[in-house]
Design a binder for this molecule. Structure first.
Ligand code: UDP
Ligand code: MN
Length: 305
C-alpha cells in the first residue's frame, strides 16, 4: 500500500493472439492446457493484478469468455480479462507494417489480414502510452512455473535492449539464410548457439514498450527503406511474420535483444530434423537447464510432467 492507504495494484500485462478459436478444437485444447497450467503455478503478491489481453474476433471472444470462467476458477491471484478486436488492431497496424509484410509473409502478395502477425513489431505504437511493458504468449504453451517470474526478466534487460526473446531451436534460419551463408562462409548468421546466431522464436516475448518507443535505432529499423536495405543485404525471404523481422534485425543489431534462457520457451517441434537437417539438428534443439515453459510448436505433443 502507498502512503494514502490505497492498494498499489501493480499490473502485469500478458497478451495472446486468439482468433478462429471457435473453429478449432485443437486450439481450444491448447488454450485449456495453457490457462490451467498458468493458473496452477501462478502466484502474485497482495495488490498485484495479472491482466490477460486477447486479440480476438467476435465468435472466438464469446467462446473464450465462457472457457475462461472455467479455467480461472482456481486462480489464487487477482486478474482482469480484456478482449481486443482483431479488426480494429489490424486497421492501426497495417500502415506501419505493410512494407515489411511482403518480405516476411507466406505467398507473394501482402494481404491486409496478415498485418496482425506483426503486432509485436509495432505494439509500442498500438497500445496506449500508459502501457509500458507487455508479454506476448502463444496459446500452445504449458507453464511449469509462476508466470510472475517471467516478468522479473524485464529487470535484466541491458541498456539498449527493447525485446526479451528466446532463440529458435530448429535450424530454420540456417535454411532461410542459405544464400547469405554461401556468400559469407565465415558468418555466424544461422549458426547454432552459443557462438552462432540461430535467430529467434516468437512464442514467448517480453516487449518493453517504453524502451521500444524511446529507441531511435529500433524505430529507424521499422521504416520501409531500412527493411528493404536489410532484406537485400541478407537476401532474406521468410514467412514467419514478427519472428522473421526480429531475427533479421537481430543479426545486424543483437544489442536490441535480451536473450531469454531457453527454458522460458522450450520449443518441441522437430520438423526440420526430418527435412534435410538431421545432421545438425541437435546443435539447435538442445536446451540445458530448467524448463519453465514448454512450447508445443507445429502441433507437437507436450510432456505430461
Ligand atoms: N493463433 C490464433 N488462431 C489461429 C492460429 C494461431 O489465434 O488460427 C495464435 C495462437 O495464439 C498461436 C499463435 O497464433 O499460439 C501462433 O501459432 P502457433 O502456435 O500455431 O504457431 P507455431 O508456434 O506452431 O509456429
Ligand atoms: Mn506456438
Amino acid at each position: 500500500k502507498r502512503e494514502g492507504g490505497e492498494p498499489t495494484n501493480q499490473r502485469y500485462h500478458a497478451l495472446m493472439m486468439f482468433t478462429k478459436v471457435d473453429r478449432s478444437r485443437s486450439l481450444q485444447d491448447k488454450f485449456r492446457l495453457a490457462m490451467l497450467s498458468m493458473v496452477k503455478h501462478g502466484r502474485f503478491l497482495e495488490g498485484e493484478v495479472l491482466v490477460l489481453h486477447f486479440v480476438s474476433d467476435q465468435a472466438s471472444q464469446e467462446l473464450g469468455e465462457k472457457m475462461l470462467q472455467e479455467f480461472l476458477v482456481d486462480a489464487t491471484f487477482k486478474y482482469e480479462v480484456l478482449f481486443h478486436d482483431v479488426v480494429v488492431l489490424t486497421q492501426k497496424l497495417f500502415p506501419i507494417v505493410e512494407a515489411m509484410q511482403k518480405h516476411f509473409s507466406a505467398g507473394s502478395g501482402a494481404y491486409y489480414s496478415d498485418a496482425i502477425f506483426f503486432l509485436s513489431v509495432a505494439m509500442h505504437h498500438i497500445m496506449p502510452e500508459s502501457l509500458t511493458r507487455i508479454v506476448q504468449l502463444d496459446l500452445d504453451l504449458k507453464y511449469r512455473t509462476n508466470i510472475r517470474d517471467l516478468f522479473q526478466e524485464f529487470d535484466q534487460f541491458p541498456p539498449g535492449a527493447v525485446i526479451g526473446i528466446t532463440r529458435e531451436m530448429q535450424p530454420v534460419y540456417r535454411h532461410t539464410f542459405w544464400q547469405y551463408r554461401k556468400e559469407n562462409p565465415q558468418t555466424k548468421v544461422g549458426e547454432p548457439a552459443p557462438d552462432g546466431l540461430p535467430g529467434f522464436n516468437s512464442g514467448v516475448m517480453l516487449l518493453d514498450l517504453e524502451a521500444m518507443r524511446a529507441s531511435a535505432l529500433y524505430n529507424q529499423l521499422l521504416k520501409p527503406s531500412n527493411v528493404a536495405k536489410l532484406t537485400d543485404q541478407y537476401r532474406f525471404r521468410g514467412h514467419l511474420g514478427d519472428q522473421d523481422f526480429f531475427t533479421m534485425i537481430g543479426m545486424e543489431h543483437p544489442e536490441l535483444f535480451y536473450s531469454l534462457a531457453c527454458g522460458w520457451n522450450r520449443q518441441l517441434c522437430t520438423w526440420w530434423r526430418d527435412h534435410g537437417y538431421g545432421d545438425v539438428f541437435q546443435l539447435y534443439y538442445r536446451c540445458d537447464g530448467p524448463v519453465y515453459i514448454y512450447h508445443g510448436n507445429c502441433n507437437s505433443p507436450i510432456p505430461d510432467d
